[in-house]
Design a protein. Structure first.
Length: 129
């Protein structure tokens, strides 16, 4: 069971809930989540939409940043896509790279069911506290 004190700033993320993202683990500077790929996640050629992949990565980034306590908001984010995912589930894992008094730098790897890295996201969060 996840600690609600750690996830208090992200528990009510309605967009993540709408997408079907499930948080599996979280701690200060860390988060792990998965998303089953459904029809509404597909693009015009039948593969997971880049926006859905980005949203999953952005969500674990937000959880990892905010698990440290103070409200943290993204000020920069980018993603590189490497290959189309295989299977019906994506997993994203966020890790803090560095943190200072006001900024945190994070990297997220998104993998498919075969544990192949399909995308890598980097983000910078501004710590409001």
């Amino acid at each position: 069971m996840l600690n609600s004190e750690i996830t208090k700033n992200t528990d009510n993320d309605r967009f993540a809930a709408y997408l079907g993202i499930k948080l599996l683990d979280a701690g200060p500077g860390y988060a792990l989540a998965e998303m089953a790929i459904e029809d509404h996640h597909l693009n015009g050629v039948g593969v997971a939409h880049g926006g859905a992949i980005f949203a999953l990565a952005d969500y674990v980034f937000a959880v990892a940043c905010n698990a440290k306590g103070p409200v943290t908001l993204a000020v920069n984010a980018s993603i590189s896509y490497f290959k189309a995912p295989k299977g019906k589930k994506l997993t994203a894992e966020a890790r803090e790279i560095t943190s200072s008094r006001k900024l945190g730098h994070y990297q997220v790897e998104v993998t498919d069911e075969n544990q192949e890295v399909i995308a890598r996201f980097t983000g910078i969060g501004y710590i409001k506290g």
